[in-house]
Design a protein around this ligand. Sequence first.
Ligand code: NAD
Length: 361
Amino acid sequence: MAAYRIGVLKGDGIGPEVVPAAVDLADLSARAAGLSVEWVELPVGLEAYGQLGDTLPPQTVEALRGCHGWVLGPVEHHRYDPRLPSMRNPSGTLRRLFDLYANERPARNLPGVPSRYEGVDLVVVRENTEGFYADRNVLEGDAELLVTPDVVVSLRVVTRRACQRIAEYAFQLARRRARPGRVTAVHKANVLRRGDGLFLECCRSVASRYPDVAFDHVHVDAAAYFLVREPQRYDVLVTTNLFGDILSDQAAGLVGSLGVAPSLNAGDGYAMAQAVHGSAPDIAGRGVANPTAEILSVAMLFEWLGRRFDDPAATEAARRLEEAVGAALSAGVRTPDLGGSATTAEFARAVRAHLAPGSML
Ligand code: NAD
């Protein structure tokens, strides 16, 4: 395979701190694994708005069409003016434009990371293109209606096609994971009888084609309870957009910090690495953000490239990157979110030392 083109969109807040660190380490890992990557930096977010008048400039979207995948840093969406089309949420817009329908969000104990639980190894698979997300449910405008100044109606979209393919994604993932697979559908079909009823029906029908993967389902409120009581009981949790967003942050808290929670947004043609966390305005600019989530998200992108292009070098680059992060954490190098005092740069240096032991640090 010739060089992969991977877009780099730094985003807002801590994005310009954690994304370059992740890309730098991913590049080292790729080189060591014999993987050729061309990194293409593209404008996005508040900086792009300041320079080009658009949080997701058309030239960025066009350039992404020529990429195999990309890394999107967090965006400080609450500061975007919802009345301005030029202040679109890049995250939601890209998921929809490139049909990145599956958001895969693993939560597992990492070596050396203090956490309330041990033995957690689960993945939340979140439908990414519809559900309760007002910015992706209608062709123009958004799906929140101001009926009177005191009444808002928010519309949720649930389609058979989206439910079936997210269920399919979850079962495929469960099959790939090392232990005997189990998929748990998380829903609220007792109240949202039609929308979540359709989701559950689709999960059941896909489950019947995967007899080797166990299947069960749980109401979302009970899922939140069981996650706190006994997170080890779960393997792959598949759910609709908003429930997945909430439960995956909860799952990140179970294994230490949002700073270690990676994610991948995948479709059939493209994939976007994007940490679970947001722009963390409370710590932005201080150089103390944990880059682990972003680094592991790029590792997930490498894994995806390995599967899509049947390329062992990409899989190997992912493995090396994960291993180096694990080694740095095991050695006790921790950013403040994990109770340590390392800066972003110090943590990145520790990872680098494991990727390229002889290099200048
Ligand atoms: P957040 O994830 O930015 O922060 C929540 C808490 O986690 C904060 O205390 C923060 O300091 C901490 N945290 C997050 N990432 C960290 C890291 N890498 N290292 C150390 N600590 C970390 O959530 P929020 O405060 O609710 O949202 C802030 C902004 O981010 C909002 O504008 C929101 O819309 C946006 N957001 C964007 C994304 C995305 O782009 N994927 C996701 C969630 C929120």
